[in-house]
Design a protein around this ligand. Structure first.
Ligand SMILES: NC(=O)c1ccc[n+]([C@@H]2O[C@H](COP(=O)([O-])OP(=O)(O)OC[C@H]3O[C@@H](n4cnc5c(N)ncnc54)[C@H](O)[C@@H]3O)[C@@H](O)[C@H]2O)c1
Ligand SMILES: O=C(O)[C@H](O)CO
Length: 320
């Protein structure tokens, strides 16, 4: 008998077909309050789960006595309670690597959009406000030849460093759990302490996973260390930043501007203070959201799922 798996996110038919060759699939395009009871019912007999964002913790796992593997279609896995999964002998996987270039493109786009005020100026033109030569009040700041500080020099961080070095002649500082030889040797990145990075960077880009060590790692103290002209870019997870401190820093001129792909609460509420600030550029967590890359992520997630259920070591097994 084929193992039963639940795919709880909309994925391409090709991905479902691949899983169906070895598994019985129950699929949900997305989970919401209407279909969640049915999902929990299916979970009782499921051996595998594929999707992203869903919190996989003790409470959920108590509904899943037969689960053998949980597979994210994302590189981040802060939605997994790894201690609980490990205690129950359930494998967990993610999708590193295949999204690096796409996310780096997004983050670089966000950085440029924030520095050169592109969304604001787009609105200016479309609102019919372009009536004469634009003046200093609408100027942006340069990106090229500036100092970029990358916190979290992993797969995505290195792809950002590549763009900054090869395309924009930027000087790169980085802070990471360990030294990254590729970033140093190929893209001229210099390792430094977090405080040095914050003090010296024109652009501070946060690209760490969300863990107990990184939760609110950027707060009041860190914004105060940054230059008053610094632009802060967050591509990691909303909770790596103290959002209240970010709002204060932007309001009081402690930093110049911010570009954000992630928020503490997602979707962010329309009345959130960050959304009404002129010096903030936002995106709806779309770092990896291109057709090509989302397809690769879904297929890699499916490959992990099938491998695990066939008794093989999944290529992206998360080790704790
Ligand atoms: N916005 C998006 O759409 C998007 C897309 C991809 C990844 N992400 C987020 O970015 C994270 C990183 O992705 P990745 O593929 O580069 O992962 P990765 O594992 O390759 O790199 C993460 C890096 O962060 C470093 N790190 C971890 N804890 C640290 C700490 N306390 N201080 C300093 N450095 C620390 C690690 O040493 C590692 O080099 C993901 O976990 C995810 O949360 C977001
Ligand atoms: O972690 C990731 O892969 C991104 O945030 C997309 O979900």
């Amino acid at each position: 008998m084929k193992p039963k798996v639940i795919v709880y996110k909309k994925v391409d038919k090709q991905v479902l077909d691949f899983i169906q060759t070895t598994c019985d699939v129950v699929s949900f395009d997305q989970l919401d309050s209407n279909n969640f009871p049915q999902f929990l019912q299916e979970l009782k007999t499921a051996e595998g789960l594929l999707g992203s964002v869903l919190k996989v913790d003790k409470e959920l796992l108590d509904h899943a006595p037969n689960l053998k593997i949980v597979c994210n279609t994302s590189v981040g896995y802060d939605n997994f309670d790894m201690a609980e999964l490990s205690a129950r002998g359930i494998m967990a996987t993610n999708t590193p690597g295949v999204l690096n270039d796409t996310v780096a493109d997004t983050i670089f786009g966000l950085l440029l959009a924030t520095a050169r005020r592109i969304p604001e100026l787009d609105q200016f033109v479309k609102n019919g406000q372009w009536e004469s030569m634009i003046g200093e009040d609408l100027f942006g700041v340069d990106v090229h030849h500036k100092v970029l500080g990358i916190i979290g020099m992993g797969g995505v961080g290195t792809a950002i460093a590549k763009r900054a070095h090869l395309g924009f002649d930027m000087q790169i500082l980085y802070h990471n759990r360990s030294r990254n030889e590729e970033a140093e040797n190929k893209f001229g990145a210099t390792y430094c302490s977090l405080d040095e990075l914050l003090q010296q960077s024109d652009y501070v880009c946060l690209m760490t996973p969300l863990t107990p060590a990184t939760e609110k790692m950027i707060g009041k103290r860190e914004f105060e260390l940054m230059k008053k002209t610094a632009i802060f870019i967050n591509g990691s997870r909303g909770k790596t930043v103290d959002e209240e401190a970010l709002i204060d820093a932007l309001k009081t001129g402690e930093i110049l501007a911010a570009g954000l792909d992630v928020f503490v609460e997602e979707p962010v509420q329309p009345n959130h203070p960050l959304l009404s600030m002129k010096n903030v550029v936002t995106l709806p967590h779309i770092g990896s959201a291109t057709y090509e890359t989302r397809m690769k992520m879904a297929m890699l997630g499916a490959t992990n799922l099938v491998a695990g259920l066939q008794g093989n070591t999944p290529p992206n097994l998360i080790k704790i």
